[in-house]
Design a protein around this ligand. Structure first.
Ligand SMILES: NC(=O)c1ccc[n+]([C@@H]2O[C@H](COP(=O)([O-])OP(=O)(O)OC[C@H]3O[C@@H](n4cnc5c(N)ncnc54)[C@H](OP(=O)(O)O)[C@@H]3O)[C@@H](O)[C@H]2O)c1
Length: 334
């Protein structure tokens, strides 16, 4: 327990993050202070929101500073506990894991998991933050009605794969927008009626029209960018657009992200466009977690993970996910 290779932020990325924005440093294994846990990291989650944290620009949460340890969601095993309610051997989930094999976690942010209930890493994906995002963004903000067409971007990713399956379970008509033909096929296999490859479609607006002959009632926008405009041009009367994420803007994060604005279209169709932030739904997490877990245990939720092995691979895993090279929930296994 002497070597602890740890990833630090070297500089703020200009555009798409690159390996050179991060630096690997061998740090001592930290000593937990009162109220902290020393944890051996088992899984790290790399998520699109981290792009926003690598910028001095204002965001809904504080960003990292140069020289800070990289941080994100994770699952690990408690090695030593300086807090009541925890003991060595506990498996915990927290959203402030540093990118290092041994890390300290504030006990108040940690949740003890039952390793015999579900595979623990699913708490970083379908049964955790991304799954909850899919649930609330689609059902509570999208408010779809039986049979409505729901268009979902980044449809095979951590959020999208669960959103599409919830739509199927709820009797909706889910249509995927993804970045490869293999992703289209997989989305169809988990219940999407059809899918569009946004990287090869000649004309995205026409592709959405062809895939959604009855128009789009709900668009779950996980990416922003040109897909947003194509969806808006196919939106139905009283359609709903849930703005969940802007991962398509990862390479121009600090630039204005407003493209063509079809205000006349919004007016004529009385479209509701609403931003989504998972934290706003905290009071209802219990109900949603129970429902997601029930569907998962019944075998109603198919799950696809993309696992990168070893702490050395963490920045690479993060960057490939931002570029759409991941196929399923991107994780790092230590
Ligand atoms: N607001 C919230 O509270 C909240 C919470 C969780 C997640 N989110 C957002 O939800 C979205 C999905 O997150 P996730 O964790 O499920 O990630 P993910 O879908 O597993 O991975 C990101 C995906 O984004 C797509 N993408 C990347 N660049 C793109 C581009 N230029 N154009 C179109 N698509 C592109 C790629 O899929 P393709 O290959 O299919 O294009 C890539 O696989 C993100 O925008 C994230 O920020 C928001």
């Amino acid at each position: 327990m002497t070597s602890n290779p740890s990833w630090l932020l070297k500089h703020f990325p200009a555009g798409m993050p690159a390996l050179d924005d991060f630096t690997l440093e061998d740090r001592p294994v930290p000593v937990p202070r009162p109220g902290e846990l020393l944890v051996r990291t088992l899984w790290l989650s790399v998520d699109p929101y981290m792009r926003a944290r690598l910028s001095p620009a204002k965001n809904y949460a504080a960003g990292l500073r140069i020289g800070d340890l990289m941080q994100g969601g994770g699952v690990g095993e408690v090695v030593a506990a300086e807090a009541p309610g925890f003991k060595a051997g506990d498996i915990i989930l927290a959203d402030d894991f540093a990118w290092q094999p041994f890390t300290t976690i504030a006990a108040k942010t940690a949740t003890v998991l039952d390793p015999n209930d579900v595979p623990v890493q699913t708490l970083l994906g379908p049964l955790g933050m991304p799954g909850l995002t899919a649930y609330f963004a689609l059902l509570d903000v999208g408010r779809p009605k039986q049979g409505e067409t729901v268009l979902i971007s980044a449809a095979s990713g951590a959020v999208g794969q669960i959103a599409g399956q919830i739509a199927r379970i709820k009797g909706l008509d889910p249509v995927a927008v993804v970045g490869s033909d293999a992703k289209v096929e997989w989305c169809k296999s988990i219940g999407y009626r059809t899918g569009i490859n946004h990287r090869t479609a000649q004309d995205l607006t026409k592709a959405v029209a062809a895939a959604c002959p009855n128009g789009v009632d709900v668009f779950m926008d996980n990416t922003a960018g040109p897909i947003h405009d194509a969806a808006l041009l196919n939106i139905n009367l009283f359609g709903r657009i849930v703005v969940v994420g802007t991962v398509a803007l990862a390479d121009r994060f600090d630039q204005p992200d407003i493209g063509p604005r079809y205000l006349r279209r919004i007016l004529v169709s009385r479209v509701r466009i609403e931003g989504f932030l998972l934290d706003d739904f905290e009071a209802a997490y219990g109900t949603a977690k129970a429902q997601l877990s029930e569907w998962y245990k019944q075998g109603s939720l198919e799950i696809r993970e993309d696992v990168s092995e070893g702490i050395e691979t963490a920045p690479q895993a993060f960057i490939r996910m931002l570029k759409g090279e991941n196929f399923g929930k991107q994780l790092v296994k230590l």
